[in-house]
Design a binder for this molecule. Structure first.
Ligand code: PGA
Length: 241
């Protein structure tokens, strides 16, 4: 992995957005998998500005969902789909046919996973993945202990994720399971980016990037990805040696 450190969240968001835009300029029909969560919101704002000024065109891209809370419908404001919809897809006028997302309310979640895997394979795989890191070191909803060879799968959420996840919802919401792309996709994506911001993430960033490589800490997989790019602001990087 390579690590890049930027002054603050604003500069980090701009630089990450530039990487996404570069990918799309090089391949207008790129398959993009952009994380939900609060960290990438600044990136989405930059991407919307870049598109509005005509410096990049997402009209031929496909957007693949990274994860979703099981049992939470897309119209719920805490769903991953809702965040991407309001911050990215709607402002960019992305059509429904360009979006491939997990249905958290699917009656048969295993079949939903197979549907996603099949669709991603038929798109020729993912060109760019943008990931965040959870307070417990999870990547997407791959919780500590999740095997790294998995593709899409259903997970039981860790206690930390159930608690921290409340920040996305306007009222207390029971979060028990998630449906997520597995870490195998990070190994196959043509460009894999990890983004982290803020001092609260610095201990887990340090553990992931400088600690033991272990399935107990999903984000430590980045140490095994020679081409991956880790983009941090100074606060998130403050624990690194
Ligand atoms: P956040 O979530 O960007 O809202 O901190 C990151 C994550 O849990 O992966």
């Amino acid at each position: 992995m390579k690590i890049e450190i930027y002054r603050d969240y604003g500069q980090l968001s701009e630089q990450v957005a530039d990487k996404v835009a570069e990918t799309v300029r090089a391949k207008p029909a790129a398959v993009l998998c952009l994380a939900s969560g609060h960290t990438p919101v600044g990136v989405f704002e930059n991407l919307v500005s870049l598109a509005r000024t005509g410096s990049v065109d997402f009209g031929r891209c496909t957007f693949v969902g990274l994860d979703e809370w099981a049992g939470i419908p897309p119209q719920n404001e805490g769903s991953c789909f809702h965040l991407l919809g309001t911050k990215l897809f709607n402002p960019l006028k992305i059509s429904k046919t360009q979006v491939l997302f997990f249905d958290g309310t699917a009656k048969d979640p295993a079949a939903e996973c197979r549907r996603m895997d099949t669709a991603i394979a038929s798109l020729g795989g993912i060109d760019l993945m943008l990931l965040g890191i959870g307070m417990n070191g999870h990547i997407a909803l791959n919780e500590p202990g999740t095997p790294w060879h998995l593709r899409s799968h259903v997970v039981d959420l860790d206690e930390t994720t159930r608690t921290v996840g409340q920040k996305y919802f306007t009222k207390k919401t029971a979060l028990r399971q998630g449906i997520t792309l597995g870490l195998q996709y990070l190994r196959e994506s043509r460009l894999t980016l990890l983004m982290a911001s803020g001092g609260a993430k610095s201990p887990v960033v340090r553990q992931a990037l400088e600690g033991e490589v272990s399935e107990q800490l999903p984000a430590s997989i980045f140490q095994t990805l020679p081409e991956a790019l880790v983009m941090l602001d100074e606060a998130a990087a403050s624990g690194l040696r």
